[in-house]
Design a protein around this ligand. Sequence first.
Ligand code: NDP
Length: 431
Amino acid sequence: MISYQYYANGNWHNPDSGHWIESENPAIGEVWARIPDCNSEDVNRAVQLAKSCYYDGPWGKMNGAERGRMMNRIGDVIVKNAERLGSVETRDNGKLPKNITPSLKSWQTDSLYYYAGMCDKFEGSPIPADVPDMMNYLRWEPFGTVGLITAWNSPIGVLIWKLAPALAAGNAMVVKPSEHASVSTLELMRVLEEANLPAGLINVVTGYGPTTGEPLVDHPDIRMVSFTGGIPGGRAVASVASRHVKPVVMELGGKSPQIVLADADLELAVKGIASGIFPATGQSCISGSRLLVHRSLMQSFAYRLVEVVSKAMVGDPTDPETQIGPIANKPHYESVLNKISEAEKAGHRLHLDGRTACRDKGYYIGPTIFADVPNSDPLAQTEVFGPVVSMLPFDDEDEALRIANDTIYGLAAGIWTRDVNKAIHMAERVE
Ligand code: NDP
């Protein structure tokens, strides 16, 4: 078992609590690493070190062009180490390497290069004042120290999207990944040592939401929080932040509709919809888990979808043949299984039962498809965050839009039609 420490001021530390949290490899259900269970003392230490980097170190004084060069170095180091980071993440959360490494080498790190170019372009502007001898002007300033909290499904990818704008703006930061998948974030800090960053610029504390995440949000020197996770976590973070009237950016869950209109190219829609949910084992915030199909197509669509996805290879994420890996951790695996049995008990028709992929070791569930699910049903309304699709019929476009918009979420949507005018018109009306 590999034992990790938490990262602050460019150094590795044991947790004040003396406790560690075990991290399982979901492909085999075995503990492979342990991460520190940081408490509020550790969080305070990391925040003070970030603050000192901003106020006393070189970071707060660094000009934009230099910050940009530093961000380019971060991008280069991540690209160079993409295989290593990808393989650690696969071991920690079961995500397929082909869904991590290529994106770390391209569009995910592109955001670092993009924001690097922005560093020296934060232009202020004068504001005309109708008063003699007075000058008003706007300038952009960093918050100073910010807190970044990430979910377990894409720890490095989500973190890069948070780091890039926060660094470009000139902030120092403390990161708190999910206790279910923190190792790739800690490994990222190890590889970033090569980028020669100012000590204390990026610090990582690990541990549980309420005992590590909450003290971070509650810390008076954390001036802003960026959070990615589910609605309950988001609600807790917003509530703590509100005590300080502290700004929070949230990226939360979804129950995204995929709308298949009567004129859709069936083959294209089946493949697009299958690849929009199953490769990440449904553990993607934008997965299209509510499948709205025109009644005239329902039967043929369901038949073809089952035919295509039942052939998908479910298994060991390190096997290049695998198309669908495991659920990322045991509690979540149990939660997905529970939601499937609840839906079955509620009488919903199972077109395809992914539980046939379950095994003695590891947390496997294959594509699962329920038919004729009423939109009011919990299965159609709440995020399963697993490989589970609910199919809902509709008779006309207005009904499809009514069903699509009848949800508390509003994250993503897909519309399948051969008529581009219809696609644009519908897209404007999906909320
Ligand atoms: P959670 O909300 O459970 O956790 C997210 C992060 O918040 C974790 O680091 C968690 O720590 C921490 N956390 C939980 N409670 C608190 C608290 N009270 N105070 C501070 N921090 C807290 O989400 P999951 O990790 O289960 O991730 C899945 C969710 O993330 C799904 O809903 C998914 O849709 C969403 N998501 C959204 C994305 C988007 O861009 N919109 C992208 C990726 C995922 P810990 O786990 O250690 O308790």
